[in-house]
Structure formats: C-alpha cells, structure tokens
Write a protein that binds this ligand. Structure first.
Ligand SMILES: NC(=O)c1ccc[n+]([C@@H]2O[C@H](COP(=O)([O-])OP(=O)(O)OC[C@H]3O[C@@H](n4cnc5c(N)ncnc54)[C@H](OP(=O)(O)O)[C@@H]3O)[C@@H](O)[C@H]2O)c1
Length: 308
C-alpha cells in the first residue's frame, strides 16, 4: 500500500494530524494511490485469480467513498463472472476485480459525501456490473451503496448480508410488493438469499412457508417461518397447503418452477433467481434499485432481525 501526501499551500499535509483539523471535505487529500487486489486477468477456474500488489486506486469522484476492507464475501455472481458469465460485456474490460459485498472502515471521502466520516464502520454492495470490485484492500463505492455497520454484527457477518439481502428485497418488495398478511413461499430458504427473504417477509408481516434441507429447519422456524418442509425427506407438493401471493424460487429447476407456479394465487408473483431463465430473471433488472435498497433494508438489520 502506498500513501500520497498531497501538499496544502505548498506545505506537506501531515498524514494523520491535519486530517482531523481539515474536516470532511478535506479528508480525501490524504489518498491511497495503490494497494493489494485480487485480479481476474482472464476467465476460468479459481486458479486464474491473481493477488497483486501496487494495483492503482482510482481518484474518488465527489459522491464516492474509499473503504478499507475488513471482510468481503464470495457470491455466486462472482464465481459465475470468473467463469465467463457476461463475457461479451466484461472481456474488453479485463482485468477485473471481482466482489460485490464489503464491510470495513471509511478511509477517505469524495467532496460531496455527507453521510459518513473517516474511520466510520460501514458495509454495502457494489452495482452488479462494477468492474473494480471489493476483492482489494481499498474499494471505492458510491455513498448510496453504503450504510453504517451496526456494532452488533461483525465485519464478517456484515459482509455476508448486502448482495443476497438486496436480491431478496428486490424480489419481494419491489417486484411482488408483499404486504402484511400475505402468504409467501420461499423455495430454498436455507441459502443466503432464501434466509434473507424469510426474514424480510416475516418483518413485513407475511405468513411464510419454506423448503430447505433438514439441517436448516430449526433455524428457519426460529427466523419466523410458519412451516419449513425438508425437501430431502418430504414431498413438499403434498406438505404445503393452500396458495401464495408470492413464491420466491431460489433453486429454479423445472420441478421447483412447476410446483411454485402451481401454488400461486390468481395474480400472485413467481420469481426465480436462475439467470439462464428468459423471462423471470430479476438479477440484473432495474439496477438502480439495488443502490436504494442498501439503505432500505438496513432498518430491519438495525433491529437485530436480519442475520447473515
Ligand atoms: N447470494 C447472492 O448474493 C445472490 C444474488 C443474486 C442471485 N443469486 C442466485 O440465487 C440462487 C441462490 O443463491 P444463494 O446464494 O442463496 O445460494 P446458497 O447460499 O448456496 O443456498 C442454496 C441453498 O439451496 C438449498 N437447496 C438446494 N436444493 C434445494 C431444493 N431442491 N429445494 C430446496 N432447497 C434447496 C440448500 O439449502 P439447505 O442447506 O437447507 O439444503 C442450499 O443451502 C443462485 O442461483 C444464485 O446464483 C444469489
């Protein structure tokens, strides 16, 4: 890591002492110009990932925040992008830095950022198509891609939440517009997106049923699901009764798709996360909502009700 100490009126700026005297607008004058990062120079298996020193850190735009990473997470999107998903879009932009989620501390602020201060603990997620991701010591995120990290959760826990929870939020709140009293089915509630979806739907006052592996049953019932059916031992087509206002299918195989659609009420929403599906995919739709949602789901998290 290398620090650039810029001059103020010709005099060198003290690396730490002057930072506090200068105030928020001046903080970005002490800038990290390079750091370690895991680069993706070509598509392939995990072996293509390349840890390098002295990777350039871009200058901050006025709405951007430099975050010193304490924890990042690996999402299915990262592994798919590493393998070549979105090749036509990303190949001309190689080498990429993968990673969407981050939890860490604010290291510097763009000139118009008002929500954060240097040293504050934050977490958040980058836009799905960002080419400079979070697998780096210093990541750059827009102000509205971040929020304050609650002291009640660790950096590791916080970094596991944003992208999965935002995906669940997008499906349930923005697409299905779930309301208090409605019935929601989460197929695959034991995974990152499914577990977030259960907690968000319960927090919205919905009646939640889910399917999961046997080891996940107690955890999902404790999170507020009213019924958790073990798909490895039970026929959930028989076990789940009635019809649902929203079905979030995190598995998306033909069988779960058929059952999920059959369990819909008239006018209900079936949503799948399988990106190869033509019409149901929500992953890349309405990307701007992703940014808004970082802020939106956090009140649930602050109340200690959203767990990674
Ligand atoms: N994570 C993200 O940020 C994100 C964002 C956008 C889209 N997605 C997509 O969403 C999907 C799910 O991702 P995820 O991160 O939630 O996956 P995950 O954490 O790996 O969870 C998948 C879970 O599905 C359960 N499962 C497997 N087969 C099942 C079946 N037949 N019926 C019911 N449950 C089954 C397993 O639960 P048990 O352990 O209970 O058996 C497993 O833990 C993937 O297609 C992914 O690409 C993920």
């Amino acid at each position: 890591m290398r620090w650039l100490l810029r001059k103020r009126n010709g005099a060198p700026v003290n690396r730490f002492g002057d930072k506090w005297k200068l105030g928020l607008l001046e903080c970005s004058r002490t800038v990290v110009t390079s750091c370690r990062a895991v680069l993706l120079p070509r598509f392939g298996g995990p072996e293509v990932l390349d840890l390098r020193d002295n990777v350039k850190v871009p200058d901050l735009k006025s709405n951007e925040v430099l975050v010193r990473a304490r924890a990042v997470s690996v999402n299915p999107l990262d592994t798919r992008m590493r393998s070549g998903y979105g090749r036509s879009l990303f190949e001309p932009l190689l080498p990429l830095i993968l990673g969407r989620d981050i939890s860490g501390e604010v290291a510097a602020l763009g000139g118009s950022v008002r929500s954060f201060s240097v040293g504050q603990e934050v977490f958040g997620a980058l836009h799905p198509t960002a080419v400079r991701g979070t697998y780096t010591d210093y990541a750059v995120l827009a102000e509205d891609e971040l929020t304050s990290k609650p002291a009640s959760i660790s950096h590791v826990e916080a970094s596991a939440i944003p992208f999965a929870a935002l995906t669940a939020w997008r499906a349930l709140r923005s697409t299905a517009r779930i309301k208090k009293g409605q019935r929601v089915l989460v197929v695959g509630g034991g995974g990152a997106v499914g577990f977030s979806a259960i907690q968000l739907a319960v927090a919205a006052g919905c009646h939640v049923s889910t399917t999961c592996g046997g080891e996940s049953v107690d955890r999902l019932l404790a999170a507020g699901a009213e019924q958790a059916v073990d798909y490895t031992t039970e026929n959930y087509e028989v076990a789940i009764k009635g019809y649902f206002d929203a079905v979030l299918d995190t598995i998306g195989v033909p069988e779960t798709e058929r059952i999920g659609i059959n369990l819909l009420k008239r006018g209900g929403h079936y949503m799948t996360l399988q990106v190869h599906k033509r019409s149901y995919s929500i992953l890349f739709s309405s990307l701007s909502l992703l940014l808004i949602m970082v802020q939106s789901f956090c009140p649930v998290c602050y109340r200690g009700r959203l767990h990674p």
